[in-house]
Design a binder for this molecule. Sequence first.
Ligand code: GUN
Length: 279
Amino acid sequence: MTAIILDGKNLALRLERKLKEQVELMTSKPGLAIVVVGNDPASELYVRKKEKSCKSLGMNFFRYNFSENITEDKIITTINFLNKDHKVNGLMVQLPLPKTMDTVNITNSIDHHKDVDGLTSRTLGDLFQRNEWQVPATPKGVIRLLEEYSIPVTGKDVIIINRSSIVGKPLAALLLNRNATVTLCHSFSQDLDSKISKADIIISGTGKPSFIRKDNIKEGAVIIDVGIIKTDGKVRGDVDFVDVCEKASYITPVPGGVGPMTVVMLMENVLAAKLRQER
Ligand code: GUN
């Protein structure tokens, strides 16, 4: 078997074109504000990608930088200010925050109407109640890719190796909402290889190269790689791509798979937030 490539780059480009057409017709443009704390190099790269995408779509972009010594109160004061700013339709705090900070407390100070990251307790809670009005970008991008290639999830055994609030937990909810059987794994999970080898769909976000290999997957499995690892200036994912292609039915490349989908899904969320706020 040679796997079909799930081309996130191409799908993202098509979706971006549609978004751009919609934005062009708007008299007042949607705006995204990102709060950045510290200078994590990976965060810097992601934020720049979001800024570039906003600008190419004709959306407004506002960036608020803080040093990692800032107090949580000062961050929350800025968020409260942005909650009231009408030019800001979507508001997010880039993660990870410095380890000393209370991420949930800070994220929850975002007005849920502007929570385009889908990370407030209100929005995540709604998602788990099957109310998918605002879905975190990476999980939304994964579901959109599966839909684009008509890959069924109903009744399928899906393993997710990542339990973060950005990826694993919301993905589990989205897949449960679509009647998949979900196994959510993490660093304490036992017999991982055996669990992975039984799954119809494998979604891996560990940041460990070669975590998913040809010998630990089922013939015909669908492989979604959410890992991003930068080594020797090259970006790669969790999956042994070339070997796994021989056994999988569908696979996302890295780069060019889930990554570009994440950015365009965030932009879609910003536009949707703006339209809801105008109602
Ligand atoms: N860091 C890496 N990905 C994300 C994301 O989707 N949202 C936020 N807030 N931080 C991130």
